[in-house]
Design a protein around this ligand. Structure first.
Ligand code: GLN
Length: 456
């Protein structure tokens, strides 16, 4: 049963919300013994069902990626350094969910601060989530917990997730669920533990496109608390309208380096939909470099506040301040966080700034222009979501950081440019799911959702 049908029945009293909540939490507990999708689970959630508003999400269990603040629930973006932080407020998205009668089930696993494509860069001492189809393989990242539980849970549920460079689309593809990332600014980021502010977007994972539309209806819209949140008109996403779209497939995305079955599944999924083959040469050549330079630059400034004085873990101050900061940061930041802090700081340093950070900003503008040209002719652009199926942990362990970063070849472009994108399950290869990604022009998420309904 999808969430929409569940909510209808719950409102009519034909489903017992207390019983359903208990059963959902129990099922999650059982799954988590083997799969490690949750960092925090509210096992008293059934007690919170009595005074629920009969809103759009009435009685529906919803999981929240750990990087979003939930009042009185440990929120640490998967990191060790923020362990023990219990926010005194709800992020705007969580508040909107509660206002519609949704139930916050807990916080899902992620790569620390979103730094990864496999959810293997977990905080020091935390467990790595496993792919729902094969425990020897990764879920994808950084939102692996959200994708895994969305696939594995038999009960109605929707996951709230976050993407900076592909963290929703990637795990959605590897775990065979829908992964929706809105236009930058459509959904408020208030209460998000930032990775890279100019690219972070809060989005959705679900098993059904109608659940995506329902949740978007709830969380989209302007918020005074987020100065980058947009004032655009909110569409009725839950109602299907248009069905004829001008579609193009990106040539570079179905060529060398992409597994054959991934390409075959994309073509099969599109079926008799007519499409042109078009090219995004600049984007495919430079988006990875540009994305990583900008994201690491922003991440390194964001993480500067976690120095052991005011936020995050503390130590004992016995030495000079700088030594103390280094001591605390060395102890609690993971290897990947350190790598990004060092590279990001380097890219912003005087003397290097023009050559790296500023240049990356210029290339970013060029990439946006390249997409915009195509959007003057086409409504939707299609690529595979990931070039491959979920890799095995043994394969990931052998990858260099650069090979790791290359995994984002399809997703870095739309994320850099703030375009909405949606990964939809496109089939299977070697018994593992593959994904197809639709990209639309800014604030055209409605077209994307309607198209997904069409090719369902
Ligand atoms: N794989 C990308 C990275 O490591 C994406 C992360 C994200 O979207 N949060 O930066």
């Amino acid at each position: 049963m999808n969430s929409i049908d569940y909510i209808k029945l719950a409102k009519k009293g034909e489903i017992d919300v207390i019983k359903n909540t208990k059963e959902t939490i129990n099922e999650i507990k059982k799954i988590d013994k083997d799969y490690n999708y949750f960092l925090i689970l509210d096992d008293k959630l059934d007690k919170k069902t009595t005074k629920l508003k009969k809103g759009k999400l009435y009685g529906l269990p919803i999981s929240i990626k750990d990087c979003l603040c939930v009042k009185d629930m440990e929120s640490k973006a998967g990191s060790k350094i923020l362990e023990g932080y219990d926010p005194v407020f709800d992020s705007t998205v969580v508040k909107k969910i509660r206002d519609e009668g949704g139930l916050i089930a807990g916080k899902t696993s992620q790569d620390v601060f979103g730094f990864g494509s496999f959810n293997t860069n977990v905080g020091i001492g935390y467990k790595i989530p496993k792919n729902p189809f094969d425990k020897n393989r990764a879920t994808g990242g950084s939102s692996g917990g959200a994708a895994g539980i969305t696939q594995k849970l038999s009960k109605p549920h929707i996951a709230i997730s976050e993407s900076t460079g592909g963290s929703i689309a990637c795990p959605a593809s590897y775990c065979g669920v829908y992964g929706f990332t809105p236009t930058y600014g459509l959904v408020s980021r208030y209460g998000l533990l930032d990775y890279a502010n100019s690219m972070d977007k809060i989005g959705i994972m679900a098993k059904d496109i109608e659940d995506v539309a329902l949740m978007l209806q709830v969380i989209a819209g302007h918020d005074d608390k987020d100065s980058t949140s947009s004032n655009v008109k909110i569409h009725n996403y839950t109602k299907q309208e248009k069905s004829k779209f001008k579609v193009a497939v990106i040539k570079e995305s179905i060529g060398k380096g992409v597994e054959k079955e991934v390409i075959d599944n994309l073509k099969e999924k599109l079926g008799d939909i007519k499409y042109d083959l078009v090219s995004l040469p600049l984007t495919f050549k430079y988006s990875i470099q540009t994305y990583y330079l900008i994201s690491m630059s922003e991440a390194s400034t964001n993480l500067a506040k976690l120095c052991g004085m005011r936020y995050g873990q503390h130590g004992k101050l016995e030495e000079e301040f700088n030594e103390y900061f280094s001591k605390v940061r060395s102890k609690y930041f993971s290897k990947e966080a350190k790598r990004r802090i060092i590279l990001g700081t380097f890219a912003r340093m005087s003397g290097y700034r023009d050559a790296f950070y500023i240049k990356a900003l210029k290339v970013r503008t060029k990439i946006i222009e390249e997409y915009k040209k195509l959007f003057s002719k086409y409504d939707l652009l299609v690529t595979p979501t990931m070039p491959n199926i979920a890799p095995k942990f043994s394969e990931i362990n052998k990858m260099t950081p650069l090979q790791n970063y290359m995994m984002d070849i399809m997703t870095a472009g739309p994320n850099l440019a703030g375009f909405p994108h949606l990964s939809i399950p496109s089939g299977f290869s070697n018994e593992m799911p593959t994904g197809l990604m639709i990209v639309a022009n800014h604030f055209n998420e409605k077209n994307m959702i309607d198209f997904a309904r069409e090719i369902k």
